[in-house]
Design a protein around this ligand. Structure first.
Ligand code: ADP
Length: 589
């Protein structure tokens, strides 16, 4: 008993260790998934930041190109300035990649309070009056050009006025000494149509693809976006995105003169652009983003970005959930695989144990009848027996022991054959009542020698069943033989056969009962396993191989039936064999 309990303890230890490892893996899995999510969050954020910066940078570059294109050397007079700008406008239309970006040119002659507008068809500036939507701009220009002290004189800067879509540049006309005054201003009007219907979609596709929804809003009215890359769900405007940033960064205080860029001044605009692009990134050359503004902070353009399927945070959470599910799925699979390995190892071990027991048992079982047969034969050979009665007794002894031996050998062979091939290959209509008679006749000697009372109750005209007659005989014989051997002191058994309906089909049912000590529940679960012998068999030293019920069950299954058992300790056992009956038309053929 010691070895099995040590083995059980070992198994328990192994299973507990595996369970602990699984738990540790699960904990690590949660921890790692959290870390991965954190890294994902940071990566997505960083990508988004980079895309936003690039979007801003490219947008700004287009503004910068306008500034560069309309750079003129200090004009002598307003007329000279107008000629120069008309020429620049012509160049822009012919050479720029985006001619539609400019919606018009205005020149404000402060000294004479006159406003000129470039007529694109004649390419001449013509006198015009301030349109009402630009009155605020006129007010700002007056302020800008009325500096009275040298400190107030602004440099040659460009100003972005988001409210009126204007790029503005004050001019010094002639060679004035201090206090210098700007006497004229050029206003380049940008086309909203171009900005929001061509440039913004192009930049969105380039930097955000379809993973992010992008909108550009005026901060004063975020619910009515100037541009939107996808139409938002009703009631869910994009105003609150993962990132909200100024489309054109910079403050009013930051004054910047893009025209003064040395490369550009040297006539190398491509290098100037490259230098700008290299410098315009997180942490580097932010000053390039400093266009002066008129528009108050409330009127700035803002870039709003959000993941198309929700915020970045929601995307990370979904990814986190998915990773966890996959991780736990794999762990579950591992747990199931581990349990299967443990179960099959234990089953194999149990089978090995029963087979060892079988070997030990069978060699003992074989030796006893052989010894009896040999010594009886010796006595007969030596002529030690006088009288025909003694010879008859010895003959009976040898026959009984010989039968016992052949029964055992048959069982082993039957089992082995049933395992190796489908043994029950003969299929024909079989009469169960005839088989019962044969079985009882076969076992008559045993019944008599054990003084067993047999009750037989077989219904008249039992239907035939379809199967192998010898297999059915073997099956019933095993049941009857068990009832005799395990029937105990009661020395009683009953065999009944009848018909019944189950699930709409007719069955023939053969029931074998005894009033022996019964089978313990522990054994009851396993008696159909090959080589398994119950405690009642081994304790009472009842001969057997542990194969009879296994063979009987194989036979029942081969005939499309089933063999079941009910047993109560101290009261007896009842084995029931149910076989599908042949329809009467079938049996007649
Ligand atoms: P064997 O009888 O050779 O041991 P079986 O396969 O016929 O092998 O039976 C397996 C076990 O089932 C027996 O060892 C015994 O413990 C139990 N058993 C079978 N039939 C009966 C019965 N009628 N009453 C009590 N126990 C039984």
């Amino acid at each position: 008993m010691k070895a099995p309990s040590r083995q059980a303890a070992l198994w328990l230890a192994v299973v507990s260790a595996l369970a602990l490892i699984l738990l540790a893996l699960a904990a690590l899995q949660i921890h790692w998934t959290d870390q991965v999510s954190q890294a994902d969050r940071e990566r997505l954020r960083a990508n988004l930041d980079t895309s936003v910066t690039r979007f801003q940078r490219d947008f700004y570059l287009q503004l910068l190109r306008v500034c560069w294109a309309f750079r003129i050397a200090g004009p002598e007079s307003v007329t000279a300035a107008m000629d120069a700008y008309a020429g620049r406008y012509d160049d822009w239309r012919n050479a720029s990649a985006y001619p539609a970006m400019i919606g018009g040119l205005l020149l404000w002659d402060q000294q004479h309070a006159r406003l000129f507008r470039l007529n694109p068809s004649t390419e001449q500036f013509e006198l015009t009056s301030w349109p009402p939507e630009l009155l605020k701009l006129r007010h700002n220009l007056r302020k800008l050009t009325s500096a009275s002290s040298p400190e107030d004189v602004p440099g040659p800067r460009w100003i972005l006025d988001e409210q009126t879509y204007s790029l503005i540049h004050p001019l010094r006309i002639g060679q004035q000494s201090y206090p210098a005054r700007h006497t004229a201003t050029i206003v380049v009007r940008l086309s909203p149509e171009f900005l929001w219907h061509r440039l913004a979609p192009q930049l969105t596709a380039r930097y955000f693809g379809s993973r992010y929804a992008v909108a550009i809003v005026g901060r004063a009215d975020p619910l009515r976006p100037l541009f939107e890359s996808v139409s938002p769900a009703p009631g869910r405007p994009l105003a609150n995105g993962d990132i909200v940033a100024n489309l054109v960064p910079g403050t009013e205080e930051d004054l910047f003169d893009p025209v003064a860029n040395p490369e550009h001044a040297r006539g190398d605009p491509a290098r100037a652009e490259q230098k700008f692009l290299d410098g315009a990134g997180p942490g580097g050359g932010r000053r390039y983003f400093s266009l002066a503004r008129f528009a108050a902070a409330g009127q700035r353009w803002e870039l709003v970005v959000r993941g198309t399927s929700g915020t970045v945070e929601a995307a990370v959470r979904a990814l986190h959930r998915r990773n966890l599910t996959i991780g736990f799925g794999v762990l579950l699979l591992l747990a199931v695989a581990m349990s299967l390995v443990v179960i099959s190892a234990q089953t194999a071990q149990r089978l090995a144990r029963t087979q060892m027991n079988f070997l030990a048992g069978i060699s003992h079982e074989l030796r006893t009848p052989l010894t009896v047969i040999c010594s009886a034969a010796d006595n007969l050979a030596d002529g030690m027996l006088a009288g025909s009665d003694r010879v008859k007794d010895y003959g009976n002894l040898i026959r009984d022991q010989g039968r016992r031996l052949s029964h055992m050998v048959n069982e082993v062979l039957s089992f082995a054959a049933g395992r190796a091939v489908r043994r029950f290959h003969r299929q024909e209509p079989v009469d169960p009542s005839g088989i019962i008679e044969t079985v009882l006749a076969n076992l008559q000697a045993e019944i008599e020698s054990q003084h067993v009372t047999v009750e037989k109750n077989v219904e008249q005209n039992l239907p035939l069943v379809w199967g192998d007659p010898s297999a059915l005989a073997e099956c019933i014989q095993n049941l009857v033989s068990n009832a005799i051997r395990y029937g105990g002191e009661a020395r009683w058994m009953r065999i009944q056969a009848g018909r019944r309906h189950s699930h709409g089909k007719e069955e023939v049912v053969v029931m074998v009962e005894d009033r022996g000590p019964g089978i313990s529940p522990r054994d009851l679960r396993r008696i159909f396993e090959p080589f398994y012998r119950g405690a009642n068999a081994t304790d009472a030293q009842i001969h057997g191989t542990g194969l009879g019920l296994s063979i009987a069950q194989q036979a029942a299954k081969a005939m499309g039936g089933r063999l079941t058992v009910r047993s109560a300790v101290g009261k007896g056992s009842q084995f029931t064999l149910a076989l599908p009956a042949l329809a009467s038309a079938d049996s007649e053929t």
